[in-house]
Design a binder for this molecule. Structure first.
Ligand code: MOS
Length: 729
């Protein structure tokens, strides 16, 4: 189904199942421990062996020798795979560094070997006996030092990295009120609960990998490329995923080394990346240095806005697109954005939840708060005054929907914003200095073509098959709701099977495009199934109504199951999004974050006391799962504001705090009252579902709202994340 004109009224609009707060259909499996994660597939393969990955102990240089004699003699060892015996490997499209390094080493903890043994313990013990000698080549590890002279980042995926309109420099120079500040955000790690893990089994030249991956088709394609085998010989299965946050968008070393280890040992092989390996072996969100200039008239109208951001990556890598939101969020005729990319020899930088906007808003939304403060304006009113209904770089493009101002008005009312004292450090609660902060949430809405197959059985059950993934987001549930709505069935008459490369290629889980795109694919497949069912039952497909387990038209009615009496009916389709729609109108998601913090008078410890998010993101397919997405994202925002930082060893080029003891994320005790409000909205330009994403939107702006609240509480303006107590004293 081609999606090239805004959606009309369709069966989804009935909202009998879609839009309802259904609990997750996989919830019971999750909480009873019966949903198998990648390392827990105990029953799919016999005689499984275990692989342990060895990472490079230098950041850049060469392996001069690998002596594996002692490791090979160790008890239980079945095989050791290194670059010397792995055979000719290709490289996937999606990773910058190779997943099996050597002799060249591109980053610290780049995988150099997998040791396969009868047990995990034997593999780990033998891995310690591998004797690897290196020749180190130094490297560049300090973004601040590499920043000067860093060139313009190359455009990627058609997105320019240098943009503008009007004459920023002249307008800024002429502006009566000017803000010119720099901000930094640190390297961050996805720190998902489930580590990267895979079980690989060869059957002749056919490979099956049970793994934990957000994007099945990308993973299968890149694994085939890396192994130099035909794509259709590789099957990837990833039905349940214990968090991804972008760290599992791409093929990683666990899957490749499980496949290589299994081939070498002639056994199925399981490989999990150990927690201390993950931060340096996999990808991370790159640190940024951002300079923001805002010029306004004395009435608060922005006349000039510029955002420059510097980040680093390995040679051939990509920038953290931290200026993305500044192109679209506020009005202003004279503007400029620029991304610069330095070469750093740290581990590979890549997408982490809301790549671009998350760190970009961490800076921009403090700068906006600073501008409001300078103007003596309320920060909510300042943002509303500078709202725009068109793309400010190209005013011929309207937003398809933009209710940012309404998010702020609703939120301000609900949160009690009017009680805030604009002067910092005025409010006390015992030993706590109390402050309120606010920030805009903004994230673009992307759509990805998405396919699904649906089967109607003689028992009247509809089964959905798609390679879509559920990374803890609720995909199973909203897909079931979509099929139930389309086919006129209750939710328990729909079965959903996900995460298998044998199923039609879906949008996958990334960039908050999963919910809208994958359900739109199911919508398309169900539209075909409805047509086939109607014809089979002798109804006019145009007139047939599907409701209550029956099909009705022209005064006649038949049970849905009747159509499958002599055999199941199968339909398959892919929703294809025409670029035209998203080019003519800007599709974005919006929100407002309100936060109350307390800062301890004596210790400067920061505690978040209350949080509210108001989101406008098209139709909310399931308010319960959407709320969970947003409160999870708000929690992640607390981490970004107050805790998360990969500490760079600038001598040796690695992240020092590479485990969950050193890399801090919030725990329950850190998270106070959280509330989420969704504006009632549909966006017919997004898909037949009229939905958008919320999973990344919920994170965008949170950290700045907290930093702004800390400023309101204390009068201290921290511009370098995380906002730790040493920066307040
Ligand atoms: Mo998201 S960072 O595209 O999983």
């Amino acid at each position: 189904m081609k999606f090239d004109t805004p959606a009309d009224t369709n069966p989804i609009d009935r909202l009998r199942v879609v839009g309802q707060p259904h609990e997750r259909i996989d919830g019971r499996m999750k909480v009873t421990g019966t949903a198998p994660y990648a390392y827990e597939h105990h029953d799919v393969a016999q005689n499984v062996a275990y692989g342990f990955v060895v990472g490079a102990a230098i950041a850049k240089g060469r392996v001069t020798r690998i002596d594996s004699a002692a490791a090979r003699r160790a008890p239980g060892v079945l095989a050791i795979v290194t670059h010397e015996n792995a055979g000719e490997l290709g490289k996937g499209d999606k990773n910058t560094a190779r997943l099996l390094g050597g002799p060249e080493v591109q980053h610290y903890h780049q995988a150099l070997a997998v040791v396969v043994a009868e047990s995990f313990e034997e593999a780990r013990a033998a891995a310690r006996l591998l004797d690897i000698a290196y020749e180190s080549a130094g490297g560049a590890f300090d973004l601040a030092a590499a920043k000067d002279g860093a060139p313009d980042a190359p455009a990627s995926g058609g997105t320019p990295t240098q943009t503008g309109a009007g004459d920023f420099e002249a307008a800024f120079a002429a502006a009566p009120v000017q803000i010119d500040q720099s901000y930094t955000t640190p390297d961050q790690s996805h720190a998902m609960m489930e580590p990267h893990a895979s079980l690989a089994e060869w059957d002749g030249d056919r490979l099956t990998v049970w793994t934990s991956n957000q994007m099945i088709h990308w993973g299968a394609t890149d694994l085939a490329r890396t192994l130099n085998v035909a794509p259709d010989t590789v099957r990837i299965v990833s039905p349940f995923i214990g968090g991804g946050f972008g760290g599992k968008l791409f093929l990683r070393a666990d899957a490749l080394l499980a496949a290589l280890g299994a081939r070498a040992a002639d056994r199925p092989v399981k490989v999990a990346l150990s927690r201390p390996l993950i931060a340096n072996n996999t990808t991370h969100r790159p640190a940024t240095i951002q300079r923001i200039r805002i010029g306004t008239q004395s009435d608060g109208r922005i006349t000039a806005i510029a955002h420059e951001s510097w980040s680093g990556d390995l040679e051939g890598g990509q920038p953290e697109a931290a200026t993305q939101q500044t192109r679209l969020l506020y009005a202003g005729a004279n503007r400029m954005t620029s991304l610069k990319l330095a070469v750093l020899d740290l581990p590979e930088g890549n997408a982490m939840r809301a790549p671009g906007e998350a760190p970009g808003l961490m800076a921009l939304e403090i700068a906006i708060d600073e501008a409001a403060e300078r103007l003596g304006m309320d920060p909510v009113e300042f943002r509303i005054l500078n709202d725009t209904q068109v793309d400010p770089e190209d005013p011929s493009r309207p937003f398809s929907q933009r209710r940012l101002a309404e998010c702020f008005r609703r939120g301000a009312e609900r949160f009690g914003w009017s009680a805030r004292d604009a002067r910092p450090a005025q409010q006390r609660d015992g030993r706590w200095m109390v402050g309120l902060g606010v920030a805009s949430a903004f994230r673009n809405n992307m759509n990805m073509d998405s396919g699904a197959r649906v089967r109607l059985g003689a028992d009247g059950v509809v089964t959905v098959e798609t390679d879509m993934t559920d990374i803890g987001t609720g995909s199973y549930t909203i897909i079931a709701q979509t099929a139930a709505e389309m086919m006129g069935l209750p939710l328990d008459r729909v079965q959903v099977t996900l995460g298998d490369s044998r199923f039609p290629v879906s949008a996958g889980s990334g960039g908050q495009w999963g919910a809208n795109s994958s359900t739109a694919g199911v919508y398309a497949a169900c539209a075909k199934l409805r047509e086939a069912v109607a014809r089979k039952l002798g109804f006019d497909p145009e007139a047939a109504e599907f409701a209550d387990g029956a099909v009705r038209a022209g005064g006649r009615e038949a049970p849905l199951a009747e159509a499958a009496r002599d055999g199941e009916i199968v339909a398959e389709d892919t929703i294809e999004f025409a670029e035209k729609l998203s080019e003519e109108q800007q599709q974005s998601t919006f929100g407002a974050h309100f936060v109350e913090v307390g800062v301890d008078m004596a210790t400067a410890e920061v505690r978040v006391r209350r949080m509210l998010a108001v989101c406008a993101a098209g139709r909310i397919l399931n308010p319960l799962t959407a709320r969970s997405q947003v409160i999870g994202a708000m929690t992640m925002g607390v981490g970004g504001a107050l805790m998360e930082e990969l500490a760079v060893d600038k001598r040796h080029g690695f992240f020092v705090n590479h485990d969950l003891a050193g890399y801090e994320v919030p725990v329950h005790a850190d998270i106070p009252h959280q509330e989420v409000i969704f504006l009632d909205e549909t966006d017919p330009t997004s898909s037949p579902m009229k939905a958008k994403g919320v999973g990344e939107l919920g994170l965008c702006g949170v950290a700045a709202a907290i930093a702004n609240a800390v400023h309101n509480a204390t009068g201290v303006r921290v511009r370098d994340y995380p906002v730790t107590l040493d920066k307040l004293i």
